[in-house]
Ligand binder design. Structure first.
Ligand code: C2O
Ligand code: CU
Ligand code: CU
Length: 485
């Protein structure tokens, strides 16, 4: 049952309505439309490498935190929501002394980094039990492009639950893109988007109460652990927003009132030149770096999340009327304030030069769908198979260039993600992709076929690809990928 607080009760009585259903809608509406801007937006602590080394202790633990002004019992790294931001440079060594003080096994994945999938690097097959410690150690390659990457748990079966509990943080690689004078001069802000579902005492609901088929979504949306924080934009200047969708299942369709976004990077990786967009669609796992020009009248502008329909399984999805209403509302995620003006700053022109990959040696096909699996019940499938730990679904040769044609024959959208190597989108439904970009997660909408090209570079070993709606991943929409020497 949803408890009605006093203010909502007054609103309810005034409206003369009295059912729990309406109460819940009003509750959601209150969250959606009441901006409570807070003063400062970047409170997460930061760990930067020095003398070529990024070294820190990282502890996963459940604890009470302040989430948007209320107490919440969440899963944290070092007690922080979002987790501490890590920053390194190409060529650095990373040493992370990890302690698992959760009540479940866990591990760490470094989403988007080009590092080995084995040993003590980006190894999602590690299982670190409660009370255990593990030392992660890896080198960031000299040719690792700068970008917005991130880390989160990746133990199959528990990924959605642990991420939804709050375990996610940025991993920034500083490099060439950051040295472009116009970008360097921009005011830089990080936006980690997370959603939570809490009872009135601030406790997380158990997974049993979530619509896992649809992919769990929470009604409290936070940016850097805050509800509607404020960011300042220097008049005539540039604001660089580095946005991560760290939600388990929620898609964000972002727009900033009266402003365009000039996108400079996708999934952390620089584009050839900025492209102007009014809206940004970010699926779980995806990142966008954008510049905003302070060229409007001084004032406050809301960063809005617009509704997006990612499909549903009808009754089976377990989404009632209320969630549908909720989805129809634009929600203010943050507020951008004009502040003191600066010397007028131009946009950068050239950002990177992305070369096309050579023709593929192999073309593979992947079909995303869901269905009944004898052992699991309702399951999410790739090529009719649900994930099994020891099956090698796909084997590739080191240095091969391959095209993967991913078709979604289901009724929900699936963002497809591959570990270790990023890829280029070649076509969507047979239409060539016009924007050259390196990505690690691509949206395959229901009914679509997306062709990507991938070059398996530098590292051999076993890793995974999966849907980044992490409930779908946990329910089987994942495959093992073996990169052979
Ligand atoms: Cu961010 Cu395998 O995922
Ligand atoms: Cu990943
Ligand atoms: Cu999916």
């Amino acid at each position: 049952m949803v408890k009605i607080n006093r203010r909502q009760f007054i609103i309810l009585s005034a409206a003369g309505a009295g059912t729990a259903l309406v109460a819940n809608q009003l509750g959601k509406r209150t969250i959606a439309s009441q901006p409570l801007p807070q003063s400062s937006a970047n409170l997460a602590p930061l760990y930067q490498s020095s003398d070529g080394l990024l070294e820190l202790d990282l502890e996963a633990r459940e604890r009470p935190v302040n989430l948007g002004g209320r107490q919440a019992y969440l899963l944290t790294y070092n007690g922080q929501i979002p987790a501490p931001r890590l920053e390194a440079k190409p060529g650095d060594k990373v040493r992370l002394h990890f302690t698992n003080n959760l009540s479940q096994p866990t591990n760490l994945h470094y989403h988007g980094l080009h590092i080995p999938p084995t040993g003590s690097a980006d190894n999602v097959f590690l299982r670190i039990n409660p009370g255990e410690k593990f030392n992660y150690e890896f080198n960031i390659a000299q040719n690792q492009p700068a970008g917005t990457f991130w880390y989160h748990p990746h133990l199959h079966g528990l990924v959605a639950e642990q991420l939804f509990g709050g375990l996610a943080g940025l991993f920034i690689v500083r490099g060439e893109l950051d040295e472009i004078p116009e970008i360097k001069a921009a005011q830089e802000e990080f936006l980690v988007l997370q959603d939570f579902s809490l009872d009135e005492r601030g406790r997380r609901f158990s997974s049993m109460h979530m619509s896992l088929m649809m992919g769990r979504e929470g009604d409290v949306i936070t940016v850097n652990g805050q509800v509607n924080p404020r960011f300042s934009l220097p008049a005539k200047g540039l604001l660089r927003l580095r946005i991560l969708n760290a939600s388990t299942s929620r898609f964000y369709r972002l727009t900033l009132e009266e402003h365009s976004f000039y996108q400079i990077a996708i999934d952390g990786n620089a584009l050839n030149e900025p492209i102007e967009v009014r809206e940004l669609l970010l699926t779980p796992g995806q990142r966008a770096d954008v510049l905003v020009k302070g060229d409007q009248e001084s004032g406050q502008y809301r960063l809005l999340n617009l509704p997006y329909d990612r499909g549903s399984m009808g009754m089976m999805g377990g989404r009632g009327m209320m969630s549908r209403n909720d989805r129809d509302l634009p929600i203010a995620l943050a507020t951008v304030n004009y502040k003191s003006s600066v010397e007028s700053l131009p946009l950068p022109t050239k950002l990177a030069s992305i070369s096309a990959l050579p023709e593929p040696q192999t073309v593979r096909r992947f079909e995303l769908n869901h269905g009944m699996s004898p052992s699991v019940g309702m399951a999410f499938l790739i090529n009719s198979e649900t994930y099994s730990g020891d099956r090698l679904n796909t084997q590739v040769q080191l240095n091969a260039v391959e095209d993967w044609e991913i078709t979604n024959t289901g009724v929900m959208d699936h963002p497809f993600h591959i570990h270790v190597n990023s890829f280029q989108v070649i076509s969507r439904n047979g239409q060539p992709e016009s924007l050259p970009a390196w990505r690690d997660t691509v949206l395959v909408r229901r009914g679509e076929t997306v062709r990507i090209r991938i070059w398996f570079r530098d590292f051999t070993g076993k890793t995974v690809y999966h849907c980044h709606i992490l409930d779908h991943e946990d329910l089987g929409m994942m495959g093992n990928l073996m990169i052979n020497a």
